[in-house]
Write a protein that binds this ligand. Structure first.
Ligand code: MRU
Length: 359
């Protein structure tokens, strides 16, 4: 168990769900600092709005479901730390903290979904002790549910996998990007538990290398056969017949099934179509945004030029050259064979079938 997102009490106990054994309600949000992987596995403990905002923005914690879980527990931690006793002042702190954290990253809808849920859980309460308890319960509830949903996604996705299959994935939609198991990587973990071994190819995923730094690290640690390739090698590897299926995660899925995911995913989907390789997206219901009709409405995060210029730790482009750095792209539903959710696999016609399955 990696515990990418958890709650640590003042007595050092670590929790991923709310239960009677929590020895102290005081505590902090605990995260793996993913910027340091694969060189170092370091956990950080946070209870300050600016520090939590910074951790989400800098990708200390990243991946759509993990961001949502961290933000929810982050609000609980900030409110725990506060000495305010007046309930209405405390509710104002809840709302202000949630609104600040919502500004950290724009694309993954799980962030807004989790913050809305945490605000709603205490709305109208008049007892400060109850507010503090309910916030922690709700934050840990979101984390616990996410772990269960990822596990269920794995069980549904594993039904698609057979011994020796080659699977390409892009970015990191694994345990590190969620409460545990992951979305895109969960079928591979469940298949392994069932005695089915697949061969995973992990795109490096420029500019921040989530594929080679994180996906390759966690799959290798779990004993799954993984090979890292540079992003520009994916077409060649498909042409060589090494890939039977693509599975990726998502940051936001519109009502028509268009799916935003890490930049480069769209290109992978086009290459998969050309090579007749089925392209699957794996995501829980918290990643669907049914208020958006199509992927054209999904906001795409633009990130700092230095991630491209200095992405590999040294200058990789001249300082004076313009850099364009969109962090996500949208894969149109026409390129998607199916969306693997905790309730089963959604196939075309997506708009109709998404409505039936997603709450
Ligand atoms: O910028 P990141 O690292 O947060 O981007 C992450 C992705 O694109 C993941 O594939 C997505 O969030 C799904 S995580 C289960």
């Amino acid at each position: 168990m990696l515990d990418p997102v958890s709650w640590i009490t003042e007595n050092g106990q670590i929790f991923r769900e709310f239960n009677a054994e929590i020895d102290s309600l005081n505590g902090k949000l605990r995260l793996i600092d993913q910027t340091l992987l694969p060189e170092k596995l370091v956990y950080v403990e946070l209870d300050d709005t600016e520090a939590i905002f910074d951790a989400i923005k800098r990708l200390v914690v990243r991946g759509a479901p993990a961001i949502g879980c961290a933000a929810a527990l982050g609000v609980a931690a900030v409110v725990r730390k506060s000495t305010l006793e007046n309930a209405s002042e405390l509710l104002e702190l809840v709302n202000n903290t949630a609104d600040s954290l919502a500004e950290s990253r724009p694309t993954a809808v799980n962030l807004f979904w989790a913050l809305k849920r945490i605000k709603k859980s205490v709305a109208g309460m008049s007892d400060s002790a109850e507010i503090r308890t309910v916030l922690l319960q709700e934050g840990l509830g979101i984390l616990e549910e996410d772990i269960a949903m990822c596990r269920a996604i794995g069980a549904h996705g594993a039904e698609l996998l057979t011994e020796g299959m080659g699977i390409l994935t892009h970015c990191n939609a694994g345990a590190l990007a969620t409460g545990d198991y992951g979305t895109a990587l969960s079928p591979m973990y469940v298949a392994k538990e069932n005695g089915i071994n697949v061969k995973v190819f992990s795109d490096e995923t420029r500019p921040l290398l989530q594929g080679s730094r994180l996906t390759a690290w966690e799959l290798n640690k779990a004993g799954v056969d993984v090979t890292t390739i540079c992003d520009d090698m994916a077409g060649q590897v498909m042409k060589e017949g090494k890939i039977d299926m693509v599975i990726v995660g998502a940051d936001r899925i519109a009502a028509n099934g268009d799916a935003a995911n890490k930049i480069g995913t769209y290109g992978v989907a086009i290459m998969a179509k050309y090579h007749n390789i089925p392209f699957y997206v794996a995501a829980p219901y918290s990643t669907f945004d049914l208020s958006l009709k199509s992927g054209d409405e999904i906001p795409i995060e633009q990130r700092n030029a230095d991630e491209v210029r200095k992405g590999c730790g040294k200058l990789t482009a001249p300082e004076e050259v313009n850099v364009y750095n969109p962090a996500f792209d949208v894969t149109p539903h026409g390129l998607i064979a199916g969306i693997i959710t905790e309730k089963g696999i959604i196939r075309a016609p997506f708009e109709e079938n998404i409505k039936k399955i997603v709450r």
